[in-house]
Design a protein around this ligand. Structure first.
Ligand code: C2O
Ligand code: CU
Ligand code: CU
Length: 413
């Protein structure tokens, strides 16, 4: 049982400066919730903000009444309970604010935290665990000269301070051994291409929905808003005393090219390993329907839309039959100006089939709930709707976009 109280508080993001933030239980970012597969978690959520809010557990397979539907808000002074059954496969999920129109600002001001669903079946794999299993929430932000957070919808280019777990470009002291690092991109719009500055390879082992079928070795990986990637980094290749910078190849200015630093401070024995086979992809069934979804900015109104419409909670955009598998063909029509989008579906974990017909690689070989769709691209996903009936949303996880309307509603019956 957890109690989660939302309030406006302060955090010491810069030494000696109190920055006004929104928090769950006073923590910026919120504390990590560790759950165990097969054991239900109940969260009681109270709201002391001046505005409504609602908590959504991103990546989770939950009943509609606990999903954090954008209109199902907790009003100021209110309280409600969410139940997370944790019956799905283990993975790195995250919880965040989701009230329609204010989700972007509330997440930006701090309403986000990790939720690790640990799967007892994973223990036999021998991956780094305990203090060697670390979550890192990565984001950007814009601060004024007094160190206060400034939020302006869509003001992406001004957000040139990078925060990891709420601190600007921190260092993390590590032992010379393997670590499992779980990265969450909780930025409103910024994408990262994370790589170790010395170019050493990293071993990708997980994506949004948990472990990949097999590890993938890569010099860098992309992380778009809402996505998670789990990586094993072996710091035993460095001598004690080495400082290893984690860089961002998509950074457009100096301050966004470096994300954090790992300082190797001691030796350690290491019995962890990364097996050649991790977790097979579950069988998502045979598709019986195909849907086309289009993402586009309406230049005349400035609203981001799906299929030419802004979100309307009274309209059902996709009628879906419970227990069926579908293919969604998602096209980003924003080529002028070229704006990337990334589609997130509530309730499900899906498989990315292809981009413009070409097979996908890296972390997209695992289960996903958020997929990046570059300008002009078409991506196909295979998704099974199982377990729960009801209304759930899908939206662009650039929250500045969803806040203006790039969100749709599916009804599963
Ligand atoms: Cu992480 Cu509907 O979102
Ligand atoms: Cu979600
Ligand atoms: Cu978008």
């Amino acid at each position: 049982f957890y109690e989660v109280a939302v309030a406006e508080t302060t955090a010491e993001i810069f030494p000696g400066v109190q920055t006004k933030v929104f928090t769950y239980n006073g923590n910026f970012p919120a504390a990590t919730i560790v759950a165990r597969r097969g054991r239900e978690v109940s969260v009681t959520h109270t709201n002391s903000l001046a505005d409504p809010t609602v908590a959504h557990l991103h990546g989770a397979h939950v009943a509609a009444s606990s999903d954090g539907y954008p209109m199902d808000v907790v009003n100021p002074g209110g309280r409600r309970e969410y139940r997370y059954p944790n019956t799905q496969l283990g993975g790195s999920f995250w919880y965040h604010a989701h009230a329609h129109h204010t989700e972007a600002e509330q997440v930006y001001r701090g309403l986000a935290g990790c939720y690790l669903l640990k799967d007892p079946q994973e223990a036999a794999l021998g991956l780094p665990d305990g203090e060697y299993d670390v979550s890192l929430m990565v984001r950007d932000a814009h601060f004024d000269d007094a160190g206060q957070l400034v939020y302006v919808n869509g003001d992406f280019n001004a957000r040139t301070t990078l925060l990891v777990n709420g601190r600007p470009q921190p260092y993390f002291q590590v032992a010379a051994r393997k670590y499992r690092l779980r990265f969450v991109n909780c930025s409103n719009e910024r994408a990262f291409r994370l790589k170790l500055a010395d170019g050493s390879a990293m071993t990708l082992i997980g994506s949004d929905g948990g472990l990949l079928p097999a590890p993938v070795t890569a010099p860098s990986f992309d992380l778009w808003p809402g996505e998670r990637v789990e990586v094993v980094v072996d710091f035993s290749r460095y001598a004690v005393g080495t400082q290893v910078v984690l860089g961002n190849d998509l950074g457009e200015v100096d301050s966004t090219r470096s994300v954090m630093r790992f300082d190797v401070v001691r030796t350690a024995t290491d019995t962890s390993l990364v097996p050649a086979a991790l977790r097979p992809l579950p069988d998502l069934g045979t598709p019986t329907a195909t849907r086309d979804i289009q993402l586009k900015l309406d230049l005349s109104t400035g609203a981001f839309q799906f299929d030419g419409k802004v979100f309307d909670s009274t309209r059902v955009d996709q009628h879906i039959k419970l227990g069926t598998t579908e293919i969604w063909r998602i096209t980003n029509a924003d080529t002028a100006p070229a704006i990337p989008h990334n589609l997130h579906l509530h309730l499900v974990q899906f498989q990315v089939l292809d981009r413009a017909g070409a097979p996908v690689g890296g972390h997209e070989t695992g289960l996903k709930d958020t997929v990046t769709v570059p300008p002009g691209a078409t991506v196909r996903i295979k998704v099974r709707f199982d377990g729960y009936e009801g209304r759930y949303v899908y939206h662009c996880h650039m929250l500045d976009h969803s806040a203006t309307g790039m969100m749709g509603q599916m009804e599963i019956t």
